[in-house]
Design a binder for this molecule. Structure first.
Ligand SMILES: Cc1cc2nc3c(=O)[nH]c(=O)nc-3n(C[C@H](O)[C@H](O)[C@H](O)COP(=O)(O)OP(=O)(O)OC[C@H]3O[C@@H](n4cnc5c(N)ncnc54)[C@H](O)[C@@H]3O)c2cc1C
Length: 564
């Protein structure tokens, strides 16, 4: 046994933590209204039984396992069933449905935990020499089917778990650059940086269970990206173990050497080698960090405000605005005596809003973060609030923002709660120019509703602007429905409709969840057939034996764009 912690095999996070609705009086009525699920009477599906999972025998020969053990030591190689199951899937709804339903088509045959870059190199060389498939594993949190071995893989599949490589190796204080091992999970990495007064500033919702290497390999984005950048901006240097040697990208702030190999590695989902360490830009921990809540009279006012902020001199750390439906959800998930519920409980706010002519069904909740030195944070707030006022924004203080900030890493547990009651709750996101934001928002709602009708279910979709840029934004959609007889088939109909609406309305196939197998059917529409041809050429030349996580990103077979 290693000391590497994994998430539970059947769901998000760790055992013993979960979502609770009993202390949120608005939640059950909301779920009933949104998807027709009565939480008070819905049967709760019992926890799946691991012993009943059927997993085919490992194809790894004892000689190959022994050769790995000679590199890392016996304790760090495993063909154990639990290890193989934990390393099979990520944490998408599709993954969770399959693993709970005993649908494991192809598990990795062997899991190995290198201690350092040298061991990683020796593993890669041994695996490629034996024509073994290598799938790097970070936290296992991806939701794009980026980890699963292909179902028809006849070669041995090795899951290379980076979990022992989680150290902060060095900091160049003068340049604000830190060298960190790729297996470090969010908390590992922030704790070590904070100990020296620094922060990376990368906080995806999956922060607690995702790794630096995984963030880089999927082009991740954190909720404070407006200030700190996406991971593609944060990572400057890289070490990537490839057959026979290490690809080194030095941490240069900018360069005219193109095409950029650094950019090729960022988002490569394990197809170009194993990222063992990264040099990332880090920031001094901010003296002040506040998240304030505001309401807008409607969605258009909210998005116009976000756009004007992005184009202004203001640099807040978070700019987020929910549509009216998501605002309803946020109000419903707040506790009786806290934050937003005070609003529901009849403070003077609804009265004020009505007096302004607002329709309370249209109001949109926004969170804006201000971060940095005291004076900087104060100035940002002043600059931003001037813009918010122009668009009718009404401040409700930092109380709800504090709660949002504290609870953000618990939200993912809601998906398991819904699955336990036979319902899906999943997400999909896209980036688009500002000129398309409202159009895409409305078109995705129409497309999802049509898909719900097609499969004859009552579904729900809601959205927020999650990340802003000078020229556009990311819209993050959450959808939910109660399963009928064919959960995966129903999910595919809804997910495909949403993905196609992204592309048809000027959006990207994803903004920060990567491509994997899940989004590969839309790649050609996203980057053009010529773009895909260039990518195919890259993978074919860099990995002629198809040993590195084959078939991810670029689909093998040309088929109409729809989820599998
Ligand atoms: C509830 C939930 C919330 C989420 N929120 C966010 C969010 O806010 N922002 C966001 O960006 N994402 C989010 N995600 C998605 C996910 O957390 C990201 O895709 C994350 O970057 C994956 O990191 P990981 O370490 O878990 O990678 P894994 O899932 O282990 O692997 C992902 C891919 O990267 C490859 N890989 C992993 N490590 C390496 C390495 N060292 N070298 C080469 N390739 C490697 C794998 O082979 C695989 O192809 C969320 C997911 C869930 C389930």
């Amino acid at each position: 046994m290693t000391d590497v912690q994994h998430m539970k095999w059947w769901g998000w996070g760790v055992e013993g933590v979960g979502f609770h609705w009993e202390d949120k009086p608005g939640f059950a009525p909301f779920v009933d209204y949104a998807v027709g699920l009565d939480l008070r009477t819905a049967p709760v599906i019992s926890k799946p039984d691991f012993d009943k999972l059927s997993v085919a025998d490992s194809l790894a020969s004892s000689a190959f396992v022994a050769s790995l053990a000679s590199i890392v030591g016996e304790a760090y190689v495993s063909t154990d069933k639990m290890e193989r199951v934990v390393h099979t899937y990520g944490k998408s709804i599709r993954d969770l449905i399959r693993v709970r339903a005993n649908l494991i088509e192809r598990a990795p045959d062997v899991v190995v935990y290198p201690a350092d870059e040298d061991e990683t190199q020796r593993i890669v060389d041994a695996a490629v020499a034996a024509d073994v498939v290598i799938i790097p594993f970070g936290g296992g949190s991806n939701i794009a089917s980026s980890l699963e071995p292909r179902a028809d893989e006849t070669r041995v599949v090795l899951s290379l778990d980076m979990g022992r490589m989680r150290k902060l190796l060095s900091i160049d204080d003068e340049s604000g650059l830190a060298v960190i091992q790729a297996g470090a999970l969010g908390p590992d990495l922030e704790e070590q940086l904070n100990g020296k007064g620094w922060t990376l500033g990368h906080f995806p919702d999956s922060f607690t269970h995702s790794s630096l290497g995984g963030w880089i390999a999927t082009r991740s984005s954190g909720m404070q990206s407006d200030k700190y950048g996406d991971i593609a901006d944060i990572v400057r240097g890289l070490h990537v173990v490839r057959p026979g040697g290490i690809l080194v990208i030095r941490p240069i702030p900018s360069s005219s050497t193109g095409p950029s190999v650094r950019e090729m590695i960022v988002g490569s989902e394990g197809r170009l080698g194993i990222i063992t360490e990264a040099t990332v830009q880090v920031h001094r921990q901010p003296a002040k960090r506040d998240v304030y809540a505001y309401f807008f009279p409607n969605w258009e006012a909210g998005t116009a405000a976000m756009q004007e902020i992005a184009e202004s001199d203001a640099t807040p750390s978070i700019t987020r605005v929910s549509d009216a439906r998501e605002t309803g959800f946020s109000l419903a998930t707040s506790k009786e005596s806290h934050g937003l519920s005070k609003f529901l409980a009849g403070t003077v706010l609804p009265f004020l809003m009505r007096r302004k002519g607002w329709n309370l069904d249209d109001i949109c909740l926004s969170f804006i973060g201000y971060e940095g030195g005291e004076a900087h944070a104060k100035l940002q707030k002043k600059l931003v609030e001037r813009i918010l006022k122009k668009h009718g924004g009404m401040g409700v203080g930092s109380g709800p923002g504090v709660l949002y900030d504290q609870k953000k890493f618990d939200t993912p547990y809601l998906r398991d709660f819904l699955l336990d009651r036979g319902a899906a709750g999943d997400v999909s996101e896209s980036a688009m120019p500002w000129s398309k934001v409202n159009q895409l928002h409305d078109a995705v709602r129409v497309a999802a509703d049509k898909a719900f009708d097609e499969i004859g279910i009552k579904g729900w979709i809601m959205s927020h602007v999650s990340h802003s840029y000078h020229s556009g934004a990311c819209l993050y959609f959450t959808f939910s429905f109660v399963f009928g007889d064919d959960p995966i088939g129903e999910y595919n109909v809804v997910k495909s409709a949403i993905q196609q609406a992204f592309i048809d309305n000027g959006g990207s196939l994803s903004h920060h969840h990567g491509v994997g197998l899940e989004h590969a059917p839309w790649l050609e529409q996203d980057i053009s057939p010529e773009g895909v041809a260039v990518m195919r050429g890259l993978f074919a030349s860099a990995d002629p034996g198809e040993n590195f996580n084959p078939r991810k990103i670029v689909a093998d077979v040309k088929e109409p764009a729809k989820a599998r």
